[in-house]
Write a protein that binds this ligand. Structure first.
Ligand code: SF4
Ligand code: SF4
Length: 369
């Protein structure tokens, strides 16, 4: 069987203990809410970690939903992964850090279980449900405990949260050298899940002819295998991934077959899908732009800042899908030999720039919820 097994540098496991969240952000990338009933059992979580270890994975990322709603199972899973020599990271909305004392106690428990890194999220949507104070408490507790932490800030053109003021409050949480060493502030475009909803972003973030040549492949797909709150396995932790049938490549709830555990089967399934490798190598923005060179009715410029939204376009727009079906060999040839599609993007950029200086490289965006 043709697979891309040797072409992906590293593979990690992402575990969603639950799809539930105490918040209910509009456009939540995982469609989480307090009403979602999808949880995996602790047994499935621990088995998934064992399978990941057997497949040579070295990191487990806990996200959701809000993973800290399953606090005891989260701690047990971190301890299990740590016992197997795997590094661990948690992505949380900081709902548990109601006071500085609770934040410090929470970080202590997670650190004692073996947690090495924690990421938080905030922004206009998040603060409707989780006060900013909880996030600040959580950042301070992590930095004081010398645990690397990052804060993902919803990036849009007009934020109701004053970012300058937020930065000042963050800077006051701990000595400058500790903040520099243990804290990272990351702006990540807040994306609508529907590909035809256009969010307003600061200038320069949208993919268009002038910059699409610089957009990179998706580093998550085929590298980040996700056991979701439903037990289904996906080959990336993309926003909106839950709604794409093609990205559901297995189930942690199935029995092992032919001596292969469910995660190994899902990896085999994912790595035999060359289109996933095209997403990894070429990236969704370039693929949509390439599709538009075949069908001029496909509009894509100045619509997408987050690559997952462009990816949703590929999976949901019948016109883009049809171009792929009709021209899949050209795309595959690009992956094997390189050059043809890339030259087309360079031509698009040259046309758009009309002799002007090329734009700076597009920002890199992470996949967090
Ligand atoms: S974006 Fe994060 S905090 Fe908001 S509902 Fe989704 S999982 Fe919860
Ligand atoms: S760009 Fe596509 S493949 Fe990559 S993480 Fe987003 S949804 Fe998944």
């Amino acid at each position: 069987m043709t697979t891309t097994h040797d072409l992906i540098a590293t593979r990690n496991l992402t575990l969603m203990l639950t799809y539930r969240c105490n918040a209910q952000c509009a456009e939540c990338g995982t469609f989480s809410s307090p009403h979602d009933k999808n949880d995996i059992t602790l047994e499935t979580a621990l088995s998934s970690i064992d399978w990941a270890k057997a497949e040579g994975m070295t990191q487990v990322i806990f996200t959701g939903g809000e993973p800290t709603l399953r606090w005891d199972d989260l701690v047990a899973s971190i301890r299990h992964a740590q016992g197997k020599g795997m590094s661990t990271r948690v992505v949380s909305n900081a709902q548990w850090a109601e006071t500085p004392e609770k934040a410090a106690q929470g970080i202590k428990e997670l650190q004692e279980a073996g947690l090495e890194e924690i990421n938080y999220s905030t922004g206009d949507e998040h603060v409707r449900f989780i006060p900013l104070e909880h996030v600040l408490n959580a950042v301070q507790a992590a930095v004081k405990a010398k645990m690397p932490c990052a804060l993902m800030f919803e990036l849009r053109a007009k934020s109701r949260i004053d970012e300058v003021e937020l930065q000042k409050r963050l800077a006051a949480l701990a000595p400058e050298e500790d903040m520099e060493k243990y804290f990272t502030f990351i702006r990540s475009p807040w994306m609508p899940i529907r590909p035809d909803n256009i969010e307003e972003y600061p200038e320069g973030l949208y993919a268009n002819k002038s910059n699409v040549a610089h957009r990179r492949g998706c580093e998550s797909v085929l590298s980040n295998y996700v056991v979701q709150g439903s037990g289904k396995i996906a080959p990336c932790c993309g926003l909106g991934m839950r709604t794409v049938p093609e990205l559901q490549i297995g189930s942690a709830l199935e029995e092992a077959q032919d001596g292969k555990n469910p995660l190994a089967q899902a990896i085999e399934e994912g790595e035999s899908d060359l289109f996933l490798y095209a997403l990894h190598k070429i990236g969704p923005e370039k693929i949509v732009a390439w599709a538009a060179t075949k069908d001029e009715s496909i509009k894509w410029e100045d619509m997408y800042a987050h690559r997952c939204q462009a990816c949703m376009r590929i999976y949901r727009d019948p016109k883009v899908k049809q171009v792929l079906i009709d021209n899949i060999q050209e795309l595959m040839a690009e992956m094997v030999y390189g050059g043809m599609v890339l030259r087309r993007f360079e031509k698009l950029a040259a046309e758009a720039m009309n002799g002007a200086e090329p734009p700076p490289a597009a920002p890199e965006f992470s996949h967090y919820v």
